[in-house]
Design a protein around this ligand. Structure first.
Ligand SMILES: *[C@@H]1O[C@H](CO)[C@@H](O)[C@H](O)[C@H]1NC(C)=O
Ligand SMILES: *[C@@H]1O[C@H](CO)[C@@H](O)[C@H](O)[C@H]1NC(C)=O
Length: 253
C-alpha cells in the first residue's frame, strides 16, 4: 500500500531535479533572452514584457533589460542615481517606476531614448532636491514628483521652463526648503510661489552686494597705498631739503 506513494514522491523529486537542472542550463547558455538577475519578467497578451525588480535591495540600476519591456518596476530599492543611458534601446517602454528609492540625482541622459514611448514616470518618495533639465532630457511623460525634499531656489526656477514634462507633474513639487530662506516657500507648491517670487532676483542682489564689498576693499587698498607713497616721498623730500640746507654751512667752514 505504501510503495506507490513513496515511488510517486521519488519520481516527483527526480523530475524536479531534472527540470531545475534544465532551467539553469537554459539561462546559462542563452542569457540574452533571460531577465536581468534579481528581476521577474512576465509576458503580457500583446507580447510586451512586465519587468519587476521591486524590493531587491538594488544599489545600481541593472543592465540588459529585454527590448520588449513595456513596464519596468525598480521601486523600493536603494538606488541613489540613474546613470546615463540606463534604458537605452527600450523603445517600447511606456511605464517606469523608480519610486521609494534614495535618488539624489539623475545623470545627464539618464532617460535617453525614452522620449517617444514613455507615458508615465514615477520618481516619488526619493531624495531629489532639484530638477535637472539635462537629467530629464526631452521626456514628456506624466511624472510623479511628490514626496521629495525639493529645494526651491534660483536653480529650480531656471530649470522649470526647460522641462517638457506633462505640466500636471509640476504641481507636486512642494518646497521643503527655500533659498533665500526668508521667502518662506516651505510647504507650498513651487509653481504657486514661483509666479510672484523671483528666486533669482534675491540671488542677484546678494552677488551685487558681494561685488560692491570687493570693489570697496580694492578701492581702500589703492587709496592707502597712494597715501603711504605720498607720505614716504614727503619724508624723503624733506630729508633731501635738510641736506641741501646744510650744504652751504659745510662749504662756509
Ligand atoms: C529587439 O532585439 C532583437 C534582436 O536584437 C531585434 O530583432 C528586435 O527587432 C528588437 N525589437 C525591438 C522592439 O526593438
Ligand atoms: C505619487 O506618489 C505618491 C507616493 O509614492 C503616491 O502616494 C501617489 O498616489 C502618487 N500619485 C499618483 C498620481 O500616482
Amino acid at each position: 500500500m505504501r510503495w506507490p506513494a513513496a515511488f510517486l514522491l521519488l519520481r516527483l523529486a527526480i523530475t524536479c531535479i531534472i527540470l531545475h537542472g534544465f532551467d539553469v542550463s537554459v539561462s546559462e547558455f542563452q542569457p540574452a533572452v533571460g531577465c536581468p538577475e534579481s528581476c521577474f519578467c512576465s509576458e503580457m497578451v500583446n507580447g510586451g514584457l512586465v519587468v519587476s525588480c521591486s524590493n531587491m535591495h538594488l544599489i545600481t540600476v541593472p543592465r540588459g533589460f529585454p527590448n520588449t519591456t513595456q513596464h519596468l518596476y525598480l521601486d523600493n530599492n536603494l538606488l541613489v542615481t540613474v546613470p546615463s543611458d540606463s534604458f537605452i534601446g527600450l523603445t517600447m517602454l511606456c511605464g517606469l517606476d523608480l519610486s521609494h528609492n534614495r535618488l539624489t540625482h539623475l545623470e545627464p541622459g539618464a532617460f535617453r531614448g525614452l522620449a517617444d514611448s514613455l507615458i508615465s514616470l514615477d520618481l516619488s518618495s526619493n531624495q531629489l532636491e532639484t530638477l535637472d533639465p539635462e537629467g530629464l532630457g526631452d521626456i514628456r511623460a506624466h511624472t510623479n514628483l511628490s514626496h521629495n525634499p525639493w529645494q526651491c531656489d534660483c536653480r529650480l526656477q531656471l530649470a522649470m521652463p526647460q522641462l517638457l514634462l506633462d505640466p500636471s507633474s509640476l504641481a507636486e513639487v512642494v518646497c521643503n526648503s527655500s533659498e533665500p530662506e526668508e521667502l518662506r516657500a516651505q510647504g507650498l507648491p513651487f509653481i504657486l510661489v514661483a509666479t510672484d517670487v523671483d528666486f533669482c532676483g534675491a540671488y542677484r542682489k546678494t552677488t551685487d552686494v558681494v561685488m560692491l564689498i570687493t570693489m570697496f576693499v580694492w578701492f581702500t587698498m589703492v587709496i592707502s597705498y597712494l597715501v603711504c607713497y605720498v607720505k614716504h616721498n614727503q619724508e624723503e623730500a624733506s630729508r633731501h631739503l635738510e641736506y641741501l640746507k646744510s650744504l652751504p654751512k659745510i662749504q662756509g667752514r
